[in-house]
Write a protein that binds this ligand. Structure first.
Ligand code: FAD
Ligand code: UQ1
Length: 474
């Protein structure tokens, strides 16, 4: 849809019923009722009025995923991380309890899994990302049947992590990190530090070889925090190995076999030399490079070797992740399969009446609820501007925050922008794990999430950051 055709889409509010489906028309449609969708609905439902905003969301429950790290470590109850979707969505918004299955952005319409068709004037896409368990051969089976294999990345599985941890007797305790863009990458490490802490308290630490095996090139992308985590890993006798991708889990043999492939990161020079193209989020596409068998994974890494096997007594997997399947191959997705938006304005690169927020977008920052909070303020202003025709755009800085719990009672509160510059809120050295930050993560964040972010009142800590710095700094 061109910018010119926007005014043509003036709203007529009515529903037409055909034999099997309804066509419903809304001023604003929001796809996804997670952190991004719910906070956006809260901001616009009252402003636009009853019946003018719709949320398309299939899930009966809304999940506070940040709590799953604590559930995996036996510190929290999983039930506390879920609330009925009906209770968290604003009353002034309509809720279609179905998934969006296809998008027709040229005609401003969406088809839902229950057969409903939604026509919109403006659209916000907040579908999160999809966990791609199938990419690791045997993983689904292993999670269902092998007591030693677990993940904190779903509501269904995170309680098993603590059981696997309690069952651990001796041997290799392995923690993986995949090559695709993931949500809250810090959680992959947090559960490892919490396991180390648990085993020390249970006098079992000397029976475990703890290994972090990651496709990435370092423990963290921001040097100040990476230094702290490297020192911590050395002090706690945690073996860190980089450039490794988990490809297969063999739980059938009951030997605890897993297969890895060696990954290597391309230098810019190599990318240029092999005629590869870069996608909008910086990823390398495979289409032009057969020589290097490149994979489009968002991190410019590729497989070099056929595979190595190792065994485990405990395995925590961060599953591979991907953009929403419903966007794949559509004109809404960028080359990496994530929603293609401008990283500063959050507006879709082709369709000016469409915005994106959160994990489903190709915004090159660490995917967290903290990032969603900050994006929600930019989105509120920019969508309002487009609705009012002023087109005055605010810019998102890339702010994100990934709290990494390093033991029970200590947390490293990382906060940074697109370039990895620190954007820290507290007047403390945040590169040190602290009890105060643990308290922020464990007690303050759930309150902030349920009562402020989801109700549209929390747009990140920028105001407090400036206040703490007496108005100086960003
Ligand atoms: P989500 O909150 O995942 O919501 C997406 C919604 O879209 C879901 O409700 C889903 O049902 C819906 N949906 C999916 N497909 C469709 C469809 N086809 N049609 C309609 N709706 C659809 N962040 C932090 O800031 N701090 C932390 O400490 C932290 N810890 C974490 C720990 C773990 C273990 C995990 C897994 C995540 C953690 N996060 C943390 C990340 C945070 O939870 C996510 O980044 C955040 O929830 C992203 O919000 P979102 O709205 O983009 O996606
Ligand atoms: C945050 O804003 C947020 O959203 C509510 C989270 O989600 C649970 C977080 O984990 C964090 C760390 C933030 C950032 C806020 C502060 C005060 C550092």
């Amino acid at each position: 849809m061109s910018r010119r055709s926007l005014p043509v889409l003036m709203m007529r509010r009515f529903s037409t019923t055909t034999s099997h489906r309804q066509t419903k028309r809304y001023k604003l449609a929001i796809v996804g009722g997670g952190a991004g969708g719910c906070s956006t609905a809260a901001k616009f439902a009252n402003k636009l009025g009853k019946g003018r905003v719709v949320v398309i969301e299939p899930s009966k429950y809304h999940y506070y995923q940040a709590m799953w790290t604590f559930v995996g470590a036996g510190i929290e109850e999983v039930e506390h991380s879920a609330r009925p979707m009906k209770k968290v969505l604003p009353k002034a918004a309509d809720w279609i309890q179905a998934g969006a299955i296809s998008f027709d952005p040229e005609n401003c319409s969406i088809t839902c899994s229950n057969g409903d068709k939604v026509e919109y004037e403006y659209l916000v896409i907040a579908m999160g990302l999809k966990l791609d368990f199938e990419k690791v051969e045997g993983l689904t089976d292993a999670l269902a049947n092998d007591d030693a294999v677990c993940t904190n990345y779903t509501y269904e599985h995170c309680t098993k992590t603590f059981k696997s941890l309690q069952n651990f007797k001796e041997g290799n305790a392995l923690f993986t990190f995949p090559g695709q863009p993931v949500k809250c990458g810090g959680s992959a490490q947090a559960i490892m530090y919490l396991m180390d802490d648990y085993l020390r308290k249970a006098n079992k630490r000397d029976r475990a070889t703890i290994i972090f095996k990651s496709t990435a090139a370092a423990l963290f992308g921001v040097p100040q925090y990476a230094d702290t985590l490297n020192t911590l890993a050395v002090d706690r006798d945690i073996d860190t190995r980089f450039g490794w991708n988990l490809t297969s889990v063999n739980s059938e043999k009951k030997r605890g076999d897993i297969q890895w492939q060696r990954w290597r990161h391309f230098s810019d020079k190599e990318v240029a030399l092999c005629f590869c193209r870069r996608g909008p989020s910086g990823c390398v596409t495979s289409t032009l490079c057969r020589r290097h068998r490149m994979a489009c994974n968002g991190q410019c890494a590729y497989v070099r070797s056929p595979g190595y096997w190792s065994n485990y007594s405990f395995l925590h997997v961060v599953p591979p992740m991907m953009g929403p399947t419903e966007l794949q191959g559509s004109s809404l997705a960028g080359e990496c399969g994530f929603l293609d938006v401008d990283k500063f304005t959050l507006q879709h690169v082709k369709y000016p009446n469409i915005f994106g927020i959160g994990d489903c977008t190709n915004i090159p920052t660490s995917k967290t609820a903290a990032a969603v909070a900050c994006q929600s303020g930019v989105l509120r202003r920019n969508l309002n501007s487009v609705m009012e025709g002023t087109n005055e755009m605010r810019k998102y800085t890339g702010y994100t925050s990934c709290p990494i719990v390093t033991q029970e009672g200590k947390c490293l509160m990382t906060e940074f922008d697109f370039e990895g510059n620190l954007l820290e809120t507290f007047p403390l050295n945040q590169a040190t794990p602290r009890f105060t930050m643990y308290h922020v993560k464990k007690t303050i964040m759930p309150f902030l999430y349920w009562n402020m972010l989801l109700k549209g009142f929390w747009e990140g800590p920028a105001f407090y950051r400036k206040m703490m710095r007496l108005g100086f700094g960003r």
